[in-house]
Write a protein that binds this ligand. Structure first.
Ligand code: HEC
Length: 144
């Protein structure tokens, strides 16, 4: 599957290399930038949670959600990211079955693909040089 992502990864690397003049601090040498390598990070996932999960998984929790999913730390507590991958992977979340107004929309497949892949890759944190994701453009994987 990662092979299929190569063109996207390469493109991202070019954008990072040439589109962002002050990105010289590449000290850790890992391919963990959200816009760069094949490895997804929290920065790719946070906008998805904001749009599709934090309506309920917020603080205080709404509509019966069992925990917040606001921060990276929230996803790491009790290895919740494993549950997130499972719940989204089997279309249990977001809960289109819940009777709320406005109704819950299903997760678009590229968002689902991105979230599940982030979990499969080990639910990486934001890049060390961009802890608040200010300089990292989120990557959405193609639909499968
Ligand atoms: C409309 C409210 C709502 C939204 C939106 C929502 N959730 Fe939930 N979530 C719930 C509720 C309610 C439960 C408890 C369901 C149950 O156990 O019956 C839950 C449970 C969970 C669980 C625990 C599942 C388990 O196996 O016990 C996870 C993980 C989760 N949600 C992740 C997500 C993610 C990720 C998203 C966004 C893609 C999301 N949720 C969107 C309301 C919501």
């Amino acid at each position: 599957m990662l092979n299929g992502l190569r063109p996207l990864g390469l493109l991202g690397a070019w954008i990072v290399a040439f589109g962002c003049a002050d990105n010289g601090d590449d000290s850790d040498g890992q391919e963990t930038t959200g816009g760069g390598g094949d490895m997804l990070t929290w920065c790719d996932v946070e906008p998805i949670l904001e749009a599709h999960c934090q309506r309920c998984h917020t603080e205080p929790q709404q509509n019966g959600a069992p925990f917040p999913l606001l921060t990276y730390e929230d996803t790491q507590e009790d290895e919740r990211y494993e549950m997130m991958g499972g719940a989204v992977g089997r279309d249990f979340m977001p809960p289109v079955w819940l009777d709320v107004d406005p109704p819950v929309q299903p997760l678009p497949c590229s968002e689902k693909q991105t979230l599940v892949t982030w979990v499969d890759q080990g639910a990486a944190p934001p890049p060390a040089n961009d802890p608040s994701c200010l300089a990292t453009s989120p990557v959405l994987l193609p639909c499968q």
